[in-house]
Design a protein around this ligand. Structure first.
Ligand SMILES: [Zn+2]
Length: 242
């Protein structure tokens, strides 16, 4: 007797492959916003695994297309090498192809796009957005977190003086190299990046606010990822039950 197996791309049948995984019966198309240092990548990955929806990071996709040397990749290379931004039409085209792939049938989580209201409008032409998760973190928490990051000059290993300190101060555990603070991780630079992020995101928060599909997840203090993610899951599931 053959056992019933989970099809690779499940049609309408429920197929729990993981006890932790929740099957959504309608697609969940998510967008995630979060300032540098909020842990957007970490949360996106957890959401992606739990709901079996791909984590689509546009920055990674652009780098991948360029690396593969596709037609689109080649046209993007010019912009990236010239220090400019890739035009919206090209990013939208890559995104359109990506979200029409079979693994997006349950939805997706979009990270790094849209960054402007124009991009949000362009996105609407190719996909619906069900929910925008807006991670907010107090400035002092981010500054403390990012400014405690140290990098090995020799092997590139990353440490955090608070959460992952090296066993000997200033020395890499892996290779004995010297640890230093990157320019980007200095408080004054972080403050500037956060200002830029806020200016850029504000119109988008208002835009999605008018559509009533944005929900804030406020990290009020140094909270553990496990605590925050539970609140995120609650929001996603409450939206789906409506
Ligand atoms: Zn090292």
């Amino acid at each position: 007797m053959e056992k019933t197996q989970c099809p690779k791309t499940p049609p309408k049948t429920k197929c729990a492959t993981d006890l932790n995984q929740k099957q959504l019966f309608t697609p969940m198309r998510l967008v995630i916003f979060g300032p540098p240092g909020a842990g957007k990548g970490t949360y996106s990955k957890l959401i992606s695994e739990r709901y079996n929806i791909p984590h689509i990071a546009t920055g990674d996709m652009i780098r991948e297309e360029i690396h593969k040397g596709t037609e689109l990749g080649t046209s993007m290379k010019k912009f990236v090498e010239g220090g400019g931004l890739v035009p919206d039409e090209i990013v939208i085209e890559i995104l359109r192809r990506r979200i029409s792939a079979p693994d997006c049938k349950n939805g997706f989580i979009l990270d790094g796009f849209p960054r402007t209201t124009a991009q949000a409008k362009a996105l609407e032409k190719i996909a619906d957005v069900d929910l925008v998760i807006n991670l907010t973190v107090p400035e002092d928490v981010i500054i403390r977190r990012l400014s405690s990051r140290r990098v090995c000059r020799n092997c590139g290993a990353i440490y955090n003086l608070i959460s992952m300190p090296p066993s000997r101060p200033g020395v890499c555990d892996k290779c004995g190299g010297e640890l230093y603070q990157r320019e980007d991780d200095k408080p004054e630079v972080i403050r500037r990046r956060l200002k830029e992020y806020e200016t850029q995101t504000k119109p988008l928060v208002e835009y999605y606010g008018k559509k009533s599909i944005i929900r804030d997840v406020a990290l009020v203090k140094e909270e553990k990822v496990e605590e925050v993610i539970k609140r995120v899951y609650d929001i996603i599931e409450s939206v789906k039950l409506k």
